[in-house]
Design a binder for this molecule. Structure first.
Ligand SMILES: Cc1ncc(COP(=O)(O)O)c(C=O)c1O
Length: 355
């Protein structure tokens, strides 16, 4: 299939790397970008030749369609240093499939998997020394696609720009998260775009998240359904609960992002012998389980956050406090997942793609 795309990208390298300006001891999330980026345009009904360029600003028309009408999608994936040396991507073809799923829903052209993967591999090969080797750190990959017509009027754009940038990152959250299951706002509903990774899905969450923060919570747990009580997800994570020693997580209903970490966690949990059920879960149930001391753990899952403890769940006048130090199952799964990603635990499902 590779023959159908032109993987002979134009490459313009930086004259001097910026890597010495980055303090790897204090890496946070999303602030540092590597020396290069991969850019490929879609014009005249086809993908043009890809380019690897010095990381830098893009030049856009003020009439750029994505800025006005929101045709903009992205992905989040990671490469890790392997214990044996070298780097590996974690389930990248899942991200590519989801990217194209989002593209389709937002009426955008799908990108050939080979073009995406070749651009990514060549970009990482060039900036490989930026990948951190500290525990808990990785090379975060941000592919994005946006409509680039210079045109005012609501219609599907005819031209697009696909870009991949890379960031060396540390932890996304510094500590366990407290969440507010919010009553008066929703992120997604059936028939909407909750399942697509599109920019507007995040924009609409910002104000309610600020509201939750002003009440002392770190993030929002999104609810939906007719009675606005069905749990969907949290911020940038899917959610799991441990009730009576068993894992439960919301079943896919198109209203939340179907996380690759979620799917991996379900598989790992089952491999480790835990029972996992995907089903509709209401916030009322979770509060009741909390009050009956049956809710033992709650955690979020996502590429950026990995497996992350939830310390508190609030809803209306109720607050359930959890003790992350006792979250044995979450820790077991997290450790196993991290060890698979870094080649320290058997990759029996062939999730790693070495670069
Ligand atoms: C809204 C939302 N939900 C869930 C997730 C988790 O998805 P994944 O595990 O594929 O990173 C993310 C992160 O990508 C997200 O942004």
């Amino acid at each position: 299939m590779l023959s159908q795309i032109n993987s002979n990208f134009k490459v313009k390298q930086v004259e001097k790397s910026r890597i010495s300006e980055v303090n790897y001891e204090t890496l946070s999330f999303g602030k540092e970008f590597t020396d290069h980026m991969f850019v490929v345009k879609y014009e005249n009904g086809k993908w043009q030749q890809g380019e690897i360029l010095p990381y830098g600003n893009l030049s856009l028309s003020p009439a750029c369609s994505a800025l006005h009408y929101g045709q903009s999608i992205f992905e989040g994936m990671k490469a890790h240093r392997l214990a044996e040396g070298g780097l590996a991507l974690f389930r990248p073809y899942q991200n590519i499939a989801r990217f194209n799923h989002s593209a389709k829903r937002m009426s955008m052209p799908e990108i050939p998997s080979e073009l995406f993967m070749e651009g990514l591999k060549q970009l990482i090969a060039l900036d490989e020394n930026w990948a951190p080797d500290r525990e808990g750190c990785s090379l975060y990959i941000r592919p994005m696609l946006f409509g680039n017509d210079s045109f005012i009027g609501v219609r599907t754009s005819e031209s697009y720009v696909f870009v991949i940038i890379l960031c060396p990152v540390g932890a996304y959250y510094a500590e366990p998260v407290s969440v507010l299951a919010i009553e008066n706002y929703s992120r997604a509903e059936k028939g909407g775009v909750g399942h697509a990774k599109t920019a507007g899905n995040y924009a609409k969450t910002l104000m309610p998240v600020e509201l939750a923060k002003s009440q002392g919570f770190k993030d929002v747990m999104w609810l939906g359904g007719e009675n606005h009580n069905i749990i969907q997800e949290i911020g940038t994570m899917n959610v799991f609960f441990v009730v009576d020693g068993k894992l439960i997580t919301p079943e896919k209903d198109g209203t939340f992002l179907e996380g690759i970490t979620r799917e991996s966690v379900i598989q790992i949990a089952q491999d480790l012998g835990y029972e996992v059920t995907e089903r509709q879960i209401t916030i009322d149930e979770i509060i009741a389980f909390g009050k009956q001391n049956r809710l033992q753990e709650a955690f979020g899952t996502g590429t950026a956050a990995t497996v992350h403890h939830i310390s508190k769940i609030a809803y209306k006048n109720e607050i359930i406090d959890l003790n992350p130090e006792k979250h044995v199952i979450a820790n077991h799964i997290k450790k196993t997942l991290e060890s698979i990603k870094t080649g320290q635990y058997p990759d029996k499902h062939n999730w790693l793609v070495k670069i």
